[in-house]
Write a protein that binds this ligand. Structure first.
Ligand code: FES
Ligand code: FES
Length: 162
């Protein structure tokens, strides 16, 4: 059995058919080719599959595609408008602060950070730790990641004054 749904991803609508038990992660990667969404554990433990759904960071491996129908989904590919060559301030900050090594956790980490700073533009270290507590990084440790989110939030605040 297949169910027709419309997924709104990064501002674009996609009419597709999914199985009732198909997870959002697989649909984003395999049907929409948004491979910035990473398959890590598949059981809700690593955060690599994080996307933003209606403003909240969620685990796409734990979300049925049918339940995301009609809601706004943002993946790392949609962080800056298409055609814009600049990186998002959080992406810039991750590079500047040395918060990326293999990069596998980075899309999920940045999307968790974005969901946070959209609501809390000047987050404390403890708010940042809380926001990324479900995102595991096997490479960098977390000090530079926390610094990067602080720096990225500062950059966003600066840019909003221009
Ligand atoms: S792949 Fe979703 S939490 Fe690990
Ligand atoms: S940079 Fe490699 S898992 Fe985080």
């Amino acid at each position: 059995m297949r169910i027709p749904i419309v997924l709104k991803v990064n501002g674009k609508e996609h009419s597709i058919e999914v199985k009732p038990n198909e997870i959002l992660l697989n649909v984003l990667r395999d049907k929409l080719h948004l491979i910035g969404v990473k398959y890590g554990c598949g059981i809700g433990e690593c955060g690599a599959c994080t996307v933003i759904l209606n403003g909240r960071a969620i685990l796409s491996c734990q979300t049925l595609a049918v339940s995301a129908a009609g809601r706004e989904i943002t993946t790392i590919e949609g962080l800056v408008p298409e055609g814009n060559k600049e990186l998002h301030p959080l992406q810039e900050a991750f590079i500047e602060e040395g918060a990326v090594q293999c990069g596998f956790c980075t899309p999920g980490m940045i999307l968790s950070a974005k969901a946070l700073v959209d609501k809390n533009p000047d987050p404390s270290n403890s708010a940042i730790k809380e926001a990324i507590r479900g995102n595991l990084c096997r490479c960098t440790g977390y000090i530079n990641i926390i610094k990067a989110i602080k720096t990225g939030a500062e950059k966003i605040r600066e840019r909003s004054k221009r």
